[in-house]
Design a protein around this ligand. Sequence first.
Ligand code: BGC
Ligand code: CA
Length: 454
Amino acid sequence: MKKKFIAMTLAVFMGISLAACGSKDEPAKDNSGTQDNKTEDNKTEEDKTEDTKTDDASGGENNAASGDVANKDKPLVWFNRQPSNSSTGELDMAALSFNDNTYYVGFDANQGAELQGTMVKDYIEANIDSIDRNGDGIIGYVLAVGDIGHNDSIARTRGIRKALGTGVEKDGDINSDPVGTNSDGKSTAVQDGSIEIGGKKYVVRELASQEMKNSAGATWDAATAGNAIGTWSASFGDEIDIIASNNDGMGMSMFNAWSKDNNVPTFGYDANSDAVAAIAEGYGGTISQHADVQAYLTLRVLRNALDGVDVDTGIGTADDAGNTLSDDVYAYNADERSYYALNVAVTADNYQDFTDSTKIYEPVSNQLDESAHPSKKVWLNIYNASDNFLSSTYQPLLQNYDDILNLDVDYIGGDGQTESNITNRLGNPGQYDAFAINMVKTDNAASYTGLLSQ
Ligand code: BGC
Ligand code: CA
């Protein structure tokens, strides 16, 4: 305990000195420990008192969570990375039903993937006169894959291949393996598609695709994608007519490195603010996975369990503050114990409505009364503190909702590579009332539930 306290104090001190050197407008990159996104200089007095509270809470001796509920019986929500087998995609129901108050919050991966594929296909059809840059009758695209073992990434790869006719079947579904390079169209993981517009037939070819994993093992890696487009453009040049990416972090990296200057439409996923803004400069489009709804649901299912009310409160059923979600923005699957937000395509037609990805969703923006919903402590981790979507969209949203829901959340930022980097910081689960977990690898749920069962 003593040691832990010293370590925490050190971490906080280092956080402060780091923040003091950083620019005021940039959110702190390393959100390990209990720092929030504001730098020390631009905090209000209120923020500072709150920090003290939080610091005491995680480091002090007399701050155990209220009540004496066993850790294994405390509310638990998995989010963004659904407990599942990373090879087969099969859900890990043991983790999803760890206790009566365990849920997953994510989004509908298949619906979103289909939207992304359709968005790209619609773009090709609408721009057929100019899309084939070298005029050889082949519409070539390259694809940045996020994580070959992540259901969402797999779904997006399939969505693009399905819409463009380049998918081939494997084990009853569309093969989602990256092809490496496929300049001659002979890869066995994909096939050449075809598209007929105005009586003219075009071949559609996946020229290249690759998992964007860096040498340290971090997936969805934007910098790796930026390098890949350098290599691909050097070998394919004006054979590349379209860029598709499993997310905006990688998409924007390719856009900034190459496609913006070369006017090659680039399509991503997540509707991060920077990607939405780039639509005005030629970024092709993105998909909103309704992170505003997901972040709310992530904390809401915990709030409800802590209040001992029906899980639907403030979700399908209005709560005492008038918060409620309509069923056009989410779906609940009871068998999977999972909430899925629905996706929306964001293109040149509607991007003006999506410019701030951190804005809370109005129908669930009402403050809960503190006397009826007293403050509770939550341990929450972000698996990769430098993931674009999680750090620039999801976490800021969580930080907006935690106030509304009277939850005192400790945000732990991982390195995106090692589970133990995160589980090491779940050393005192007894000090928290509830847990929100974002795993590095979807197979690893037991590393967390094991700690909670001790
Ligand atoms: C997002 C990606 C992100 C990943 C992290 C996905 O849902 O679209 O941008 O990197 O989650 O797990
Ligand atoms: Ca061409």
